[in-house]
Design a protein around this ligand. Structure first.
Ligand code: BGC
Length: 266
């Protein structure tokens, strides 16, 4: 199966590190022009854009805080200024601010909900407005636009000490399904990806040494995930190869969401 995103424009939020960087690279390798959004890390985002352009692709880096409406509006306007179209949104920006609930500040709650949930709403809304104006681009894609919401296994698995994060990802699941129900008749495809433990900065301390051995007990497949495991699925969900996939979350977690504690018969 050859997946081509030639002539398409993709915007990846939170693409200066981790899963976002890998997704941006994979989309560019499949032929899409890519907008690399970052919040505070301009340097790696600019470097990634340079690398993609040097290799014959098309990319720009744009700074914006996805939890701020004005920033998001500017991000999407600059995307159109740069590339003329938008076909694919990967709403990927996400953060953790972990604490036991009794100790969690309202600021930490609001910040995580703001980026992980409100940010995905603001970006999806901006993308939908563009997709509606554009319609189907004949010969480019069968869909009038594709949105991929980056969620987490914690949209399903409760996570003590991470109530803001788990609540945000539970919200992302319903955001994704509701949007899919609302806009599919316009041939806009909305889907989600729920990564399990993927080796990135966000969980560096849990994916090394003794902590990794503990973590592996929760992963039936027996390895921590790589960013490429997620990036490959992003390309698939963005491409016409998945044209009939609508309103679905793909769990990419080595079986983490299968209640592995019950392997020994509970
Ligand atoms: C979190 C990681 C965690 C993984 C599995 C992800 O959504 O961001 O920190 O390791 O879920 O628990």
């Amino acid at each position: 199966m050859q997946l081509s995103l030639a002539q398409q424009v993709a915007l990846v939020t939170g693409a200066s590190s981790g899963i976002g960087t890998a997704a941006a690279k994979a989309l560019a390798a499949a032929g899409a022009a890519v907008v690399i959004n970052y919040h505070s890390q301009a340097e790696p985002a600019e470097e990634l854009a340079r690398q993609i352009n040097d290799e014959g692709g098309r990319a720009i880096a744009i700074g914006a805080d996805v939890s701020k409406e004005k920033d998001v509006e500017r991000l999407f306007a600059q995307t159109l200024d740069a590339f003329g179209y938008l076909d694919i949104l990967v709403a990927n920006s996400g953060m953790q601010k972990d604490a036991a609930t009794v100790d969690m500040t309202l600021d930490d709650w609001n910040q995580v909900i703001g980026v992980n949930l409100t940010g995905q709403f603001l970006c999806a809304r901006a993308a939908l407005r563009i997709f509606n104006r554009q319609g189907i681009r004949q010969g480019v894609s069968r869909a009038a636009g594709k949105i991929i919401h980056m969620s987490s296994v914690h949209q399903r698995i409760p996570w003590a000490g991470h109530v803001n994060y788990a609540a945000s990802k539970g919200g992302v699941d319903m955001l994704m399904q509701t949007l899919a129900q609302e806009v599919s008749h316009q041939r806009i495809r909305v889907n989600g990806i729920a990564p399990g433990a993927i080796r990135t900065e966000i969980n560096r301390s849990e994916t090394a040494g003794d902590a990794e051995r503990e973590l592996l007990k929760l992963i039936p497949y027996g390895r921590v995930g790589d960013v490429a495991d997620i990036a490959n699925a992003v390309v698939f969900l963005a491409s016409d190869a998945s044209d009939y996939i609508v309103g679905t979350t793909l769990f990419i977690d080595g079986g983490m969401s299968l209640y592995p504690e019950f392997r020994g018969n509970g």
